[in-house]
Design a protein around this ligand. Structure first.
Ligand code: MN
Length: 718
């Protein structure tokens, strides 16, 4: 382990004015507080924070960050308090140490929703000061370097988490070398066989070409001196994981030098970079389609460079990257370049990304996505996908993740364009909205004012922006529908207790369940989060003391054929309706239960003839409703549910409950409970629903919704 002086000397190499007292004090504190602690590998614990500090020194970071690195585990693992850190090291270090501790305590990969919420906190906390994240990345990097000391199950968990969160984050921050190291360590843990096979071929290829690399460097240097460009030329092996990823993506083998080696020209000025490019292109033939100018069009993480591939010695492909020193610092250090030093001064690298605006671009999705899962999805997508660039009809470039569709394109121009999109032309040809866009395509969006986002759109888009806009709009429409539906349910519920529905009564109820407005209550009713009876209990609790409302008004009916004095009640299992053939089962002391003639429950009574009563409905049943239920399979399309409810309303039936059972991309199944006059009434309603073009299937359902939810529906995909 480095001692305090050795560590300070490392810093002084790039920052001669380093605050030696501060670093020495942090060193002593850390060493004392971690005394007697050991890592899983058996080494002294304090070695870990020092290694973390060394990683950050490698990025030429400021004293505050280095001191934070030395102290980063003290709050979590030792008796040192944040108060003490504050009084000894000042506010900014205390804030950073506290931030790193909090990040460490987040369980980022535990369970879906929790993970999403934690990830959101993670981003929020680091957006205060990105140096928190720099220390966290360095911390994770050293932990990954020493991962072999952990049990295998823990290695796998850490590697997955690193691959999912930390590697893309490092990439997003432009810290390529850290990203590559993360990926390689994870690759070794997660897929050692693949890595071995890559390495075998890699070494073979390297052996064959071993003399070639210095020769190519010499060739390039010679060309540069001819145009008087002073530059550092180097050859660099590619990492096994990045080779693997390319193989996976392109599904081709790696056989060429350019598959494992890249050459780099680091110039003193931007002008030199272009001159160097010209020299290289003049001497060797450029491979078409491989030239990229990231200097005039930098990547969003600040990366600037010229990329080209030429046919070099013996026609072998040579990949060349050309950039200035400053650009190279940003390419390797990314966001960290903002805090870098040169000759003892905090060096203002003109190409460094402003950390604040960078963090803002990452947290942009916050307000839009209410649901943390939506947000996580958004951020993950943003980080994982390479981009495609497409053009608007006016030639404007729109950047999208690979796999994006014209709908994504529309939403990235403007939410209104997305919402009103009815079709698209790609390169002048009409194509479906789910078509995946390719680089360089020109996309025209056709809009119509009446258009609204459709439910199946959610599965067609890839970008977080489009997803959250579509969800917002659908949620809004669903709410409007739910309110309309809730209104009908509420009216019916009030009627049953002989009260009038008033705004005030609804607001009273709303407050009792923590909502605000009458609309909230109606929406809850419509969404089946609340039933009519529950609503009445909220508003008129005194009415329900000690008893439940009779569930079926048919209780009072005298069925033809009942023994004198006996009372009949319709069974919940089959809910028979007037007009249907029925049978009564007498239960000792409990009256007679009326079943429909084909009720499954009757099988249980088959042996007991004496219990059976032949009954008929009376000639007159009054005008009250009988509870019945239907199962409807609907196309998943905005407005359909509302249409079904108006159909039922037109038939003068009351909806008393609605429940959603399966919601899929293309259809969903709902359970509707309603009051009908008789079997004929129900059949009329069913034919009206079935006749609708957006209904796949509608059938009567006997029994309760609980019974339904416990069986697998058979009518779902037929
Ligand atoms: Mn640590």
């Amino acid at each position: 382990m480095l001692n305090s002086n050795e560590l300070i000397n490392l810093i002084k190499e790039y920052n001669p004015k380093c605050d030696e007292g501060l670093i020495a004090r942090a060193y002593d504190y850390g060493k004392n507080y971690h005394e007697g602690q050991f890592r899983a590998s058996g080494e002294k614990y304090f070695n870990h924070p020092i290694e973390v500090a060394k990683i950050l020194i490698g990025q030429r970071l400021d004293d505050t960050t280095i001191a934070t690195a030395i102290l980063h585990d003290t709050i979590e693992d030792t008796k040192l308090s944040i108060k003490e850190v504050k009084s000894n090291f000042g506010d900014s270090i205390a804030i950073l140490v506290d931030g790193v501790t909090k990040l460490t305590n987040l369980q980022i990969s535990s369970g879906e929703t929790k993970q999403a919420e934690n990830f959101r906190k993670f981003i929020v906390s680091m957006s205060k000061d990105l140096r928190i994240l720099l220390v966290k990345l360095a911390d994770r990097l050293h932990n990954m370097r020493t991962i072999k000391a952990l049990p295998v199950s823990k290695q796998l968990r850490k590697a997955n988490e690193t691959m999912e969160i930390f590697a893309p984050l490092a990439g997003r921050m432009g810290m390529q070398s850290i990203r590559e190291e993360f990926e390689d360590i994870c690759f070794r843990v997660l897929n050692p066989e693949a890595r071995n096979s890559i390495m075998r071929r890699f070494l073979k290829l390297k052996n064959v070409n071993v003399d070639l690399v210095p020769k190519i460097i010499k060739d390039i240097q010679k060309e540069l001196s001819l145009v008087s460009v002073d530059a550092i030329v180097s050859g660099r092996e590619k990492r096994p994981y990045s080779i693997w990823r390319k193989l996976e993506e392109k599904k081709e083998s790696f056989t060429r030098l350019s598959d494992i080696f890249a050459f780099r020209i680091i110039t003193n000025s931007e002008g030199d970079a272009y001159t160097a490019l010209g020299a290289v292109h003049q001497r060797w033939r450029a491979v078409p389609g491989r030239f990229k100018d990231y200097i005039s069009q930098p990547k969003s993480n600040g990366y600037r460079s010229l990329h080209t591939t030429v046919l070099g010695r013996d026609g072998k492909r040579v990949e060349v990257q050309i950039r200035t020193k400053e650009m190279n610092e940003v390419a390797e250090g990314g966001v960290a370049a903002h805090w870098s030093f040169r000759d003892g001064e905090l060096f203002e690298n003109p190409f460094a990304v402003d950390p604040l605006s960078w963090a803002r671009s990452l947290t942009d999705g916050f307000e839009a996505a209410e649901n943390p899962n939506d947000f996580l999805e958004h951020v993950k997508l943003e980080m994982y996908n390479d981009k495609v660039f497409c053009f608007t009809p006016t030639g404007e470039v729109i950047k999208l993740p690979r796999g994006a569709t014209p709908l994504d394109f529309a939403y990235s121009i403007h939410t209104r364009i997305g919402d009103h999109c009815v079709g698209t032309e790609v390169d002048g040809k009409r194509v479906p909205l789910y078509t995946r866009l390719r680089n360089g395509q020109s996309v025209k969006i056709i809009t119509a004012r009446g258009q609204r986002p459709q439910i199946n759109w959610e599965n067609m888009v890839l970008t977080g922006r489009a997803k959250s806009a579509i969800r917002r709009s659908l949620k809004h429409e669903r709410r409007v529908e739910n309110i309309r539906l809730g209104n009908a349910i509420a009216r019916n519920a009030f009627e049953k207790v002989n009260k009038k529905p008033t705004e005030r009564a609804l607001v009273t109820a709303a407050k009792k369940i923590g909502s605000k407005t009458a609309d909230d209550i109606l929406a809850a009713l419509g969404a089946a989060e609340l039933t009519g009876i529950e609503l009445m209990k909220l508003i008129y609790p005194e009415m329900f003391k000690g008893e439940n409302l009779p569930e079926y008004s048919s209780d009072v009916i005298s069925f033809v054929g009942l023994p004198a004095g006996a009372k009949g009640k319709t069974a919940k299992c089959c809910k028979p309706l007037p007009g249907e053939r029925i049978v009564g089962i007498s239960r000792k002391g409990k009256g007679v239960l009326i079943h429909a003639i084909d009720c499954q429950q009757l099988i249980d009574f088959e042996e007991k003839n004496e219990n059976w009563l032949d009954l008929r409905w009376p000639e007159k049943f009054g005008t009250e409703g009988y509870s019945s239920s239907v199962i409807v399979t609907l196309l998943n399309k905005a407005g359909v549910l509302g249409k079904i409810c108006s159909l039922i309303g037109e038939q003068k039936a009351n909806i008393t409950d609605i429940k959603f059972f399966e919601e899929r991309a293309d259809y969903y199944i709902i359970y509707i409970e309603l009051d009908v006059r008789n079997i004929e009434h129900l059949m009329n309603i069913l034919s009206a629903i079935t006749a609708d073009e957006d209904v796949a299937e509608a059938s009567r359902h006997r029994g309760s919704k609980q019974v339904f939810s416990s069986v697998t529906p058979t009518n779902s995909e037929s």
